[in-house]
Design a protein around this ligand. Structure first.
Ligand SMILES: C[S@@+](CC[C@H](N)C(=O)[O-])C[C@H]1O[C@@H](n2cnc3c(N)ncnc32)[C@H](O)[C@@H]1O
Length: 208
């Protein structure tokens, strides 16, 4: 499944996805992540979808939020739900920002739609975009979700067949380290009946 087809699927179910979004209560995850961040700053929310809940959470706390998504339908909703957000329509593998633009970057429930071999390029960019000490939160699919240590294929989500991909947690750790980021926590959480690995990493103030 190519990026264009996946973006069109998300366009198609943007409204119903947004209506069902509160099934996944991220309150605890977002409180824990933001406890390690300044009171305000610049956030980049990759795969921001309809802007709920991540972009909205940070925007309501005074953060300047840039949301990136390749679904125009999802971004239209995000513009409505989080009007202060700067939205960028594009594939997160192609968009670019100046070095050290953000205090935090999030990629919630979206990296698994990208072939895992492409994750390194995303992690490298995130590392460059983060200011020293900046934090990165992302969701990662594992055996708990797909039933395999490594997976590349389709799975059913909201009545549609969507592309998913992940490698093993240890190869993921190698990719994150190769990007110059240090993992601070990697916890499997079951939210809304779905188990994913929730990873927090940061850009060290001085790089080795
Ligand atoms: C499951 S939704 C999650 C949305 C939001 N982060 C949330 O927590 O509700 C996945 C989102 O990632 C976007 N997405 C998937 N792959 C992408 C890519 N390569 N570049 C940009 N957006 C992508 C989809 O369009 C969709 O809006």
């Amino acid at each position: 499944m190519n990026a264009e087809s996946l973006a069109r699927i998300y366009d198609g179910f943007a409204a119903s996805y947004a209506r069902n979004r509160d099934v996944f209560d991220l309150g605890e995850v977002l409180r824990a992540f933001s406890s390690g961040l300044p009171d305000s700053g610049d956030l980049c929310d990759l795969g921001c979808g309809a802007g709920e809940p991540v972009s909205a959470y940070f925007a309501s706390r005074g953060w300047r939020v840039t949301g990136v998504d390749f679904s125009a339908g999802m971004l239209e909703l995000a513009d409505e739900f989080v009007p202060s957000m700067t939205s960028v329509l594009g594939d997160m593998r192609d968009v670019d920002f100046a070095d050290e633009s953000f205090d935090a970057v999030t990629a919630v429930y979206c990296l698994f739609h990208i072939p895992w071999r492409d994750h390194q390029a995303v992690f490298d960019r995130v590392s460059r975009w983060l200011r020293p000490g900046g934090q990165f939160l992302f969701t990662y699919a594992t055996r708990e979700y797909t039933g395999s240590d490594e997976f590349e294929g389709t799975k059913e989500f909201m009545g549609q067949s969507l592309f998913y991909s992940h490698t093993t947690p240890s190869r993921l750790a190698e990719q994150v380290a190769a990007a110059g980021l240090e993992v601070t926590s990697a916890v499997t959480r079951c939210i809304g009946g779905e188990s994913f690995l929730w990873v927090t990493a940061y850009r060290p103030v001085s790089r080795a």
